[in-house]
Design a protein around this ligand. Structure first.
Ligand SMILES: C[S@@+](CC[C@H](N)C(=O)[O-])C[C@H]1O[C@@H](n2cnc3c(N)ncnc32)[C@H](O)[C@@H]1O
Length: 208
Protein backbone atom coordinates (compact mmCIF):
# COMPACT_ATOMS: atom_id res chain seq x y z
CA UNK A 1 0.00 0.00 0.00
CA UNK A 2 1.10 3.56 -0.54
CA UNK A 3 2.38 5.90 2.10
CA UNK A 4 -0.80 7.92 2.48
CA UNK A 5 -2.53 9.32 5.53
CA UNK A 6 -6.01 8.17 6.47
CA UNK A 7 -7.63 11.24 5.02
CA UNK A 8 -5.62 11.06 1.80
CA UNK A 9 -6.25 7.34 1.31
CA UNK A 10 -8.74 7.25 -1.52
CA UNK A 11 -9.52 3.56 -1.76
CA UNK A 12 -11.87 4.01 -4.68
CA UNK A 13 -9.20 5.80 -6.72
CA UNK A 14 -6.86 2.87 -6.14
CA UNK A 15 -9.43 0.45 -7.53
CA UNK A 16 -10.25 2.76 -10.44
CA UNK A 17 -6.54 2.98 -11.24
CA UNK A 18 -6.16 -0.79 -10.77
CA UNK A 19 -3.39 -0.04 -8.30
CA UNK A 20 -4.19 -2.63 -5.63
CA UNK A 21 -0.93 -4.25 -4.50
CA UNK A 22 -2.74 -5.84 -1.53
CA UNK A 23 -4.84 -7.95 -3.90
CA UNK A 24 -2.98 -11.24 -4.29
CA UNK A 25 -5.46 -12.63 -6.78
CA UNK A 26 -6.54 -15.47 -4.51
CA UNK A 27 -8.28 -15.99 -1.15
CA UNK A 28 -6.38 -15.49 2.09
CA UNK A 29 -4.50 -18.75 2.79
CA UNK A 30 -5.37 -18.60 6.52
CA UNK A 31 -9.07 -18.56 5.56
CA UNK A 32 -8.68 -21.69 3.42
CA UNK A 33 -6.68 -23.31 6.22
CA UNK A 34 -9.36 -22.50 8.79
CA UNK A 35 -12.18 -23.77 6.56
CA UNK A 36 -10.30 -27.05 5.96
CA UNK A 37 -9.75 -27.51 9.69
CA UNK A 38 -13.33 -26.54 10.61
CA UNK A 39 -15.59 -27.91 7.88
CA UNK A 40 -19.27 -27.03 8.12
CA UNK A 41 -18.67 -24.63 11.01
CA UNK A 42 -19.40 -21.36 9.25
CA UNK A 43 -23.09 -20.90 8.63
CA UNK A 44 -25.87 -18.38 8.44
CA UNK A 45 -25.20 -14.85 7.22
CA UNK A 46 -21.54 -13.89 6.79
CA UNK A 47 -20.11 -10.39 6.42
CA UNK A 48 -16.74 -9.72 4.79
CA UNK A 49 -15.85 -6.07 5.56
CA UNK A 50 -13.32 -4.42 3.24
CA UNK A 51 -13.77 -7.28 0.78
CA UNK A 52 -11.96 -5.56 -2.10
CA UNK A 53 -12.14 -7.71 -5.21
CA UNK A 54 -13.97 -10.43 -3.29
CA UNK A 55 -11.59 -13.42 -3.36
CA UNK A 56 -12.46 -14.34 0.23
CA UNK A 57 -16.18 -13.81 -0.42
CA UNK A 58 -16.09 -16.31 -3.28
CA UNK A 59 -14.03 -18.79 -1.23
CA UNK A 60 -16.70 -18.67 1.48
CA UNK A 61 -19.56 -18.97 -1.02
CA UNK A 62 -17.81 -21.93 -2.67
CA UNK A 63 -18.20 -23.91 0.57
CA UNK A 64 -21.96 -23.79 0.02
CA UNK A 65 -22.78 -20.98 2.44
CA UNK A 66 -25.69 -19.21 0.80
CA UNK A 67 -25.58 -15.79 2.41
CA UNK A 68 -22.16 -14.17 2.13
CA UNK A 69 -22.02 -10.38 1.79
CA UNK A 70 -18.88 -8.61 0.58
CA UNK A 71 -18.87 -5.02 1.82
CA UNK A 72 -16.47 -2.27 0.82
CA UNK A 73 -16.28 1.52 0.90
CA UNK A 74 -15.06 1.55 -2.70
CA UNK A 75 -17.78 1.27 -5.36
CA UNK A 76 -15.04 0.41 -7.87
CA UNK A 77 -13.94 -2.52 -5.69
CA UNK A 78 -17.54 -3.75 -5.58
CA UNK A 79 -17.82 -3.41 -9.37
CA UNK A 80 -14.65 -5.44 -9.74
CA UNK A 81 -15.83 -8.07 -7.27
CA UNK A 82 -19.10 -8.44 -9.17
CA UNK A 83 -17.22 -8.86 -12.44
CA UNK A 84 -15.82 -12.21 -11.32
CA UNK A 85 -17.72 -15.40 -11.97
CA UNK A 86 -19.89 -16.14 -8.96
CA UNK A 87 -18.88 -19.05 -6.76
CA UNK A 88 -22.36 -19.39 -5.29
CA UNK A 89 -25.06 -16.96 -4.24
CA UNK A 90 -22.70 -14.34 -2.76
CA UNK A 91 -23.69 -10.66 -2.89
CA UNK A 92 -21.82 -7.38 -2.59
CA UNK A 93 -22.63 -3.94 -1.25
CA UNK A 94 -20.76 -0.64 -1.25
CA UNK A 95 -20.74 1.17 2.08
CA UNK A 96 -18.76 2.58 4.97
CA UNK A 97 -18.18 0.40 8.01
CA UNK A 98 -18.34 3.56 10.11
CA UNK A 99 -21.68 4.68 8.71
CA UNK A 100 -23.80 1.55 8.66
CA UNK A 101 -27.33 1.46 7.29
CA UNK A 102 -30.15 -0.04 9.33
CA UNK A 103 -30.12 -3.29 7.33
CA UNK A 104 -26.53 -3.97 8.31
CA UNK A 105 -27.18 -3.87 12.06
CA UNK A 106 -27.74 -6.95 14.20
CA UNK A 107 -27.77 -8.99 10.99
CA UNK A 108 -24.80 -11.33 10.70
CA UNK A 109 -23.83 -14.68 12.23
CA UNK A 110 -20.14 -14.38 11.35
CA UNK A 111 -17.64 -11.77 10.24
CA UNK A 112 -14.59 -12.77 8.24
CA UNK A 113 -11.90 -10.08 8.64
CA UNK A 114 -8.84 -9.89 6.40
CA UNK A 115 -6.81 -6.69 5.86
CA UNK A 116 -9.67 -4.32 6.64
CA UNK A 117 -8.53 -3.75 10.25
CA UNK A 118 -4.95 -2.99 9.15
CA UNK A 119 -6.22 -0.68 6.40
CA UNK A 120 -8.03 1.72 8.70
CA UNK A 121 -6.24 4.36 10.72
CA UNK A 122 -5.33 3.09 14.22
CA UNK A 123 -7.30 5.99 15.72
CA UNK A 124 -10.44 4.30 14.31
CA UNK A 125 -9.78 0.84 15.77
CA UNK A 126 -12.18 1.18 18.70
CA UNK A 127 -14.81 2.35 16.22
CA UNK A 128 -14.04 -0.73 14.11
CA UNK A 129 -14.68 -2.96 17.15
CA UNK A 130 -17.97 -1.13 17.81
CA UNK A 131 -19.09 -1.41 14.18
CA UNK A 132 -18.20 -5.11 14.02
CA UNK A 133 -20.18 -5.71 17.22
CA UNK A 134 -23.17 -3.77 15.85
CA UNK A 135 -23.36 -5.80 12.64
CA UNK A 136 -23.37 -9.14 14.50
CA UNK A 137 -26.30 -10.91 16.07
CA UNK A 138 -26.27 -12.11 19.67
CA UNK A 139 -23.73 -14.94 20.16
CA UNK A 140 -22.40 -14.44 16.64
CA UNK A 141 -18.72 -14.95 15.91
CA UNK A 142 -15.88 -12.86 14.53
CA UNK A 143 -13.13 -14.72 12.69
CA UNK A 144 -10.18 -12.86 11.32
CA UNK A 145 -6.58 -12.95 10.25
CA UNK A 146 -4.68 -9.92 11.51
CA UNK A 147 -1.56 -8.67 9.75
CA UNK A 148 0.61 -7.89 12.78
CA UNK A 149 3.76 -6.52 11.23
CA UNK A 150 3.44 -5.19 7.68
CA UNK A 151 6.56 -3.03 7.86
CA UNK A 152 9.60 -3.37 5.63
CA UNK A 153 12.50 -1.25 4.38
CA UNK A 154 10.16 0.91 2.30
CA UNK A 155 7.10 1.05 4.52
CA UNK A 156 7.46 2.14 8.14
CA UNK A 157 5.01 2.92 10.98
CA UNK A 158 3.07 6.17 10.39
CA UNK A 159 3.63 5.75 6.65
CA UNK A 160 -0.06 5.05 5.96
CA UNK A 161 -1.79 1.68 5.60
CA UNK A 162 -1.23 -1.15 6.27
CA UNK A 163 -0.93 -0.32 9.95
CA UNK A 164 0.71 -2.83 12.25
CA UNK A 165 -0.64 -4.13 15.52
CA UNK A 166 0.09 -6.75 18.16
CA UNK A 167 -2.00 -9.61 19.49
CA UNK A 168 -2.00 -7.88 22.89
CA UNK A 169 -3.40 -4.70 21.37
CA UNK A 170 -6.12 -6.61 19.54
CA UNK A 171 -7.02 -8.47 22.75
CA UNK A 172 -7.21 -5.22 24.67
CA UNK A 173 -9.40 -3.56 22.06
CA UNK A 174 -11.83 -6.42 21.53
CA UNK A 175 -11.95 -7.95 25.03
CA UNK A 176 -11.31 -4.65 26.82
CA UNK A 177 -14.43 -3.26 25.16
CA UNK A 178 -16.38 -6.15 26.76
CA UNK A 179 -17.97 -6.66 23.39
CA UNK A 180 -16.07 -9.84 22.46
CA UNK A 181 -14.54 -12.93 24.08
CA UNK A 182 -11.59 -14.52 22.24
CA UNK A 183 -12.03 -18.27 21.92
CA UNK A 184 -9.27 -19.27 19.51
CA UNK A 185 -5.89 -17.79 18.60
CA UNK A 186 -2.99 -19.21 16.59
CA UNK A 187 -0.37 -18.39 14.00
CA UNK A 188 -1.53 -19.71 10.61
CA UNK A 189 0.66 -22.24 8.82
CA UNK A 190 -0.43 -20.96 5.44
CA UNK A 191 0.10 -17.34 4.41
CA UNK A 192 0.66 -15.32 1.28
CA UNK A 193 4.32 -15.19 0.33
CA UNK A 194 5.98 -12.54 2.47
CA UNK A 195 3.43 -12.70 5.30
CA UNK A 196 4.72 -15.92 6.86
CA UNK A 197 4.93 -15.59 10.64
CA UNK A 198 3.50 -12.08 10.54
CA UNK A 199 -0.17 -12.92 11.07
CA UNK A 200 -2.43 -14.21 13.81
CA UNK A 201 -5.85 -15.82 13.44
CA UNK A 202 -8.38 -14.94 16.12
CA UNK A 203 -11.89 -16.24 16.61
CA UNK A 204 -14.16 -14.41 19.03
CA UNK A 205 -17.72 -14.54 20.24
CA UNK A 206 -19.86 -11.42 20.41
CA UNK A 207 -20.88 -10.64 23.99
CA UNK A 208 -24.11 -9.01 25.08
C1 LIG B 1 -6.01 -3.44 2.09
S1 LIG B 1 -7.51 -3.50 1.25
C2 LIG B 1 -7.90 -5.25 1.43
C3 LIG B 1 -8.97 -5.72 0.48
C4 LIG B 1 -9.20 -7.21 0.55
N1 LIG B 1 -9.53 -7.65 1.90
C5 LIG B 1 -7.98 -7.93 0.03
O1 LIG B 1 -7.22 -8.50 0.82
O2 LIG B 1 -7.76 -7.88 -1.19
C6 LIG B 1 -8.59 -2.73 2.42
C7 LIG B 1 -10.01 -2.64 1.93
O3 LIG B 1 -10.82 -2.04 2.93
C8 LIG B 1 -11.70 -1.15 2.31
N2 LIG B 1 -12.10 -0.14 3.31
C9 LIG B 1 -11.32 0.81 3.86
N3 LIG B 1 -12.02 1.54 4.74
C10 LIG B 1 -13.28 1.03 4.75
C11 LIG B 1 -14.48 1.37 5.45
N4 LIG B 1 -14.51 2.39 6.32
N5 LIG B 1 -15.58 0.64 5.21
C12 LIG B 1 -15.56 -0.39 4.34
N6 LIG B 1 -14.46 -0.76 3.65
C13 LIG B 1 -13.33 -0.06 3.85
C14 LIG B 1 -10.92 -0.57 1.13
O4 LIG B 1 -11.70 -0.02 0.12
C15 LIG B 1 -10.13 -1.81 0.68
O5 LIG B 1 -10.82 -2.56 -0.30
Amino acid sequence: MDSESKTAMDWDQHYQDKHTPWDKGSPAPPLLEWIAANPDTLSGRILVPGCGGGHDVRALAATGIEDVLGFDISPAAITEAKSHEAAGSETYKAGDLFDLSEGMLDSFDWIWEHTCYCAIDPSMRDEYVKSAWETLRQNAQFLGVFYLNPYDDEHQPSGGPPHGTTEDEIRQRFEGSRKFKIIESYQPQQSYSGREGLEVVLRMRRLG
